[in-house]
Design a protein around this ligand. Structure first.
Ligand SMILES: [Zn+2]
Length: 131
């Protein structure tokens, strides 16, 4: 069973993608969108200040179990993203999705199939899926 919204999104990208039909353009625009997402996130810290980062080396006891391990990891983020920064990050993530769908179109791949495959992999591997 296909997901209609995902397929409609992928079809809309195909219809709207006029200027960047080359695989080189799509790959570089996809990478640019990822970089702009990172930049928007960084600006929430350095520009707005709604988020801050406090990072240090993790101290993990040697006898900790695999299930307890996640208790020792941190995002290193403090604070809560403000509506303005959230809008910026969401906009850039949207562009990332756009070029991801465009890449799928050029390679004749179905975005939803990839989503399902990844979801199935995560469901199967669960805690053993370290990425
Ligand atoms: Zn902010």
């Amino acid at each position: 069973m296909k997901d209609l919204i995902c397929d409609e999104f992928q079809n809309a990208v195909s219809e709207l993608l006029i200027r960047h039909h080359s695989i080189l353009d799509v790959l570089s625009k996809f990478q640019e969108a990822c970089a702009r997402t990172n930049r928007a996130t960084v600006k929430a810290v350095t520009g707005c200040g709604c988020l801050s980062i406090e990072a240090k080396k993790r101290q993990i006891p040697p006898d900790v179990s695999l299930h307890e391990l996640k208790d020792y990891f941190s995002s290193h983020l403090n604070g809560e993203i403000c509506p303005s920064c959230q809008e910026m990050v969401e906009t850039e993530l949207g562009k990332t999705l756009f070029y991801m769908a465009a890449l799928c179109n050029l390679l004749n791949l179905n975005l939803y199939d990839i989503f399902l495959k990844e979801h199935k992999k995560l469901s199967t591997l669960r805690i053993f899926n370290f990425t």
